[in-house]
Design a protein around this ligand. Structure first.
Ligand SMILES: Cc1cc2nc3c(=O)[nH]c(=O)nc-3n(C[C@H](O)[C@H](O)[C@H](O)COP(=O)(O)O)c2cc1C
Length: 176
């Protein structure tokens, strides 16, 4: 049954489900499958393998469904030119995780892409909102130990309260 939320409206998708940009696991094939099924596929740009990113983004260029591309922020800071490769295939959104998104926000938004930020506490949520994030992902410890220190059930309502309806909040970690 389709579920319309602020997230589905913003990302122009049928179902409020986002594919995590799992470094190399979330390749173009999985992204296409999720996006064609009405979710939001996000390519795993991960730690910045340029050849892999070029190969996978090229395959996404013809995808006729909304999709995004994710990066690990501190890794992107070392190779900022990778953002140009990602934006070159016109993703609907760029997702940044683990680091300050501010240095990249203007370029992302100027290119017409939404900014999705994965956060692990309130301070990171505020930082992401200040940078102009369009979507927050509240990531709990259940997310495979990826940088979080609070559980999903604790963190998600705290971030939802902090955001107070300004942007959609998605939950990440241990949900099945
Ligand atoms: C194999 C694997 C690789 C991941 N790699 C990344 C990554 O490169 N960048 C990132 O933002 N998140 C990465 N994540 C974390 C996801 O974005 C997300 O927070 C997590 O998968 C949510 O937990 P769940 O799988 O239990 O729903 C990865 C997760 C997994 C399982």
């Amino acid at each position: 049954m389709p579920m319309t939320t602020s997230l589905t409206t913003l990302l122009e998708i049928a179902h409020p489900i986002l594919l995590a940009p799992m470094d190399v696991v979330a390749g173009s094939r999985l992204v296409a499958a999720v996006s064609r099924a009405g979710g939001f596929g996000i390519l795993g740009g991960g730690y910045g393998e340029r050849a892999w990113l070029e190969q996978e983004t090229a395959k996404l260029a013809e995808l006729r469904a909304p999709f995004g591309i994710g990066f690990i922020t501190w890794s992107l800071a070392k190779r900022p030119e990778l953002l140009d490769i990602a934006l070159g295939v016109k993703p609907s959104a760029i997702m940044l995780s683990f680091g300050d998104p501010a240095p990249f926000a203007l370029k992302i938004k100027s290119a017409g892409a939404r900014l999705i930020c994965q956060v692990q506490d309130e301070a990171m949520a505020r930082q992401a909102l200040d940078a102009g994030a369009d979507v927050l992902i509240a990531q709990g410890t259940e997310a495979g130990g990826h940088g979080a220190s609070r559980t999903t059930v604790d963190l998600v309502p705290a971030i939802v309260d902090l955001v107070a309806g300004r942007v959609p909040v998605a939950a990440a970690g241990g949900i099945a």
